[in-house]
Design a protein around this ligand. Structure first.
Ligand code: NI
Length: 559
């Protein structure tokens, strides 16, 4: 079909970092081809070179201001793997407790503050009837969060103040009134009231990370060999503080976040059933978070092409990272920067199949592009009969009359994220009990003693973790007790991958194909699809120099 128009969105807002999307639409406004480009060059790995491996965590944590704890832990774990250090159970539990709190924080902030306004028309909420709103909320929860007339009246008053002052603040620049907004004024009001509540939530849940992390963002307490939060672990008040915050968070998740996802799944049912936002159906999960016995919160595995009848085992050696269409070139096995200018009109060069168009490299699993994140984790764990997660998925699907395949959509991706959050909130308490049991039986170890001078001078290690946005892997090579080479593949690197010589689209690009755009001057549909993946571009762009030599300088032309 003839392409008639190119739509460029740059930057895509309400994400972390700088992302650009170019979509080519036909005369009916249907997307025929998509190019997603990471517009931000990073290079933290270069800073890590020649450093003491024991400092890897603190430096790698600076890769991102959002995912700090994830990189902090993964970097330290990769060094521990290099030296084959076995950690005490308590150290892993404390690291998991920090990670779990981050999952909850990340998912709630993502939906309400980065994504909800793609579904929720703030201006329409002003017309809502508070009484009818409270009745509506009962359709999705038996005990809706702060569901009183007074609360909804106060929310409307707050919104009106924004409007009267002529300052919509965080709500300015929306595509209000767009035909893609499907919610009634009352439904809009429910989610907007939770948007405001989630601002408080965000602060509180961060405290939970800080209890064991010393601070957040950029926690301090993870060190090679264990954790330093010994006094916190042994102080019952600190454990209680943590539990109290999680209990409050669980209330919000179960009575606001998850019900809101049921509301969306009902209101956007046609879109879900039409498969809007579906990628190619290749899912990757590395699993993790040991729980009880051999149970883990998430299973590992690989699904191809939405074939839910089988999950193949994950094999880390099948991961490659390609650069054919990213701004790098391969010189004797090293990835050097090769920035090519844009077209004269400022658009990406994408006409030829070798044209380069992104700072993001192209990770492949056995040659395939993969989707990673909450949806991948939920699908892999559910299909592998993870007894912990099963009832959470079944309950959601039953109450919304949806099927498993429906989760592989824009709205479904959000539903999977909320299901996962609710699931984590449930099991986090049992993880704390494991810790207190250990302490009760005088197992209070939080670190393993090692003599750095006696460790091998050359070593290689890696760490794979499921983090809020998906699969994160860190690789470290140590020589003469210094970091010779450090490399990261982050969740967004997987999902926002550019094409390769093979022409295979990544999850973002694939999910955009076939999308019908009502008004090409207000491409809300494109934003919605991309936001559903929870992009983090600061994390996504990385330079890998396989031989540890200095990387070339780069120049970027302003336009
Ligand atoms: Ni990040």
């Amino acid at each position: 079909m003839k392409t008639t128009k190119k739509i460029v969105i740059d930057p895509i807002t309400r994400i972390e970092g700088h992302l650009r999307a170019e979509v080519e639409v036909d005369e009916h406004g249907v997307v025929q081809e998509a190019y997603v480009s990471g517009q931000l060059f990073r290079g933290i790995e270069i800073i890590l070179k020649d450093r003491d491996p024991r400092d890897a965590g603190l430096l790698a944590g600076r890769i991102c201001g959002v995912c700090t704890n994830s990189h902090f832990r993964a970097a330290v774990s990769s060094v521990e793997d290099a030296y084959s250090l076995e950690l005490p159970k308590n150290a892993e539990i404390i690291r998991d407790l920090m990670a779990m709190a981050l999952f909850i924080q990340d998912h709630v902030v993502h939906f309400y503050h980065l994504h909800a306004l793609d579904f929720v028309d703030v201006v329409s909420a002003l017309e809502a009837d508070p009484k009818a709103t409270s009745k509506e909320a009962h359709k999705y929860s038996s005990a809706p969060y702060r569901n009183s007339n007074e609360h909804y009246e106060a929310t409307i008053a707050k919104l009106q103040n924004f409007v009267k002052a002529g300052k919509l603040g965080p709500f300015s620049n929306g595509y209000w009134g767009h035909s893609e907004y499907k919610l009634s004024p009352e439904q809009n009001l429910i989610i907007i009231s939770h948007y405001l509540e989630a601002l408080k939530f965000q602060t509180n849940i961060s405290k939970a990370v800080a209890i064991f992390g010393g601070k957040t963002p950029h926690p301090q307490s993870i060190v090679v060999g264990g954790v330093t939060s010994v006094a916190d672990m042994l102080n019952p008040q600190r454990l209680n503080d943590y539990l109290f915050i999680i209990k409050e968070a669980k209330e919000f998740v179960d009575r606001a976040y998850l019900p809101d996802m049921k509301l969306l799944s009902t209101a956007y049912r046609d879109e879900i059933k039409a498969g809007v936002g579906r990628a190619n159906g290749n899912f990757l999960s590395v699993g993790g978070y040991d729980f009880e016995g051999d149970q883990r919160l998430f299973c590992s595995g690989v699904i191809y092409g939405h074939d839910f009848t089988k999950v193949e085992p994950f094999n880390e050696h099948k991961i490659t990272e390609e650069i054919d269409r990213a701004w790098y070139k391969d010189v004797e096995g090293e990835h050097k920067i090769e920035y090519t200018d844009l077209n004269e009109d400022g658009s990406l060069k994408t006409d030829k199949k070798e044209d380069k168009y992104s700072w993001i490299k192209a990770p492949r699993y056995d040659g395939n592009t993969m989707e990673t994140g909450p949806l991948a984790r939920v699908l892999v764990s559910y299909i592998k009969d993870n007894s912990l997660i099963k009832s959470f998925v079944d309950e959601f699907l039953e109450s919304t009359s949806l099927e498993l395949i429906d989760l592989s959509t824009t709205v479904g991706r959000n539903a999977a994220r909320a299901i996962e959050t609710s699931y984590i909130c449930e099991y986090i308490f049992k993880l704390v009990s494991r810790l207190t049991q250990n302490i009760k039986y005088y197992d209070v170890d939080t670190w393993v003693k090692f003599d750095f001078d006696k460790l091998e001078s050359e070593a290689k290690g890696r760490a794979f973790f499921e983090v809020p946005r998906g699969v994160l892997s860190h690789f470290v090579k140590i020589k003469d007790k210094k970091i010779e080479n450090f490399s990261v593949i982050a969740p967004t690197t997987w999902n926002a991958t550019p094409k390769n010589f093979d022409g295979k689209r990544g999850a973002y690009e694939e999910a955009l194909i076939g999308l019908k755009i009502e008004d090409t001057s207000k491409p809300l549909e494109v934003l919605k699809v991309i936001h559903s993946f929870d992009p983090c571009l600061a994390c996504a762009v990385h330079v890998l120099d396989t031989k540890g030599k200095e990387l070339s300088h780069y120049k970027i032309k302003a336009f």
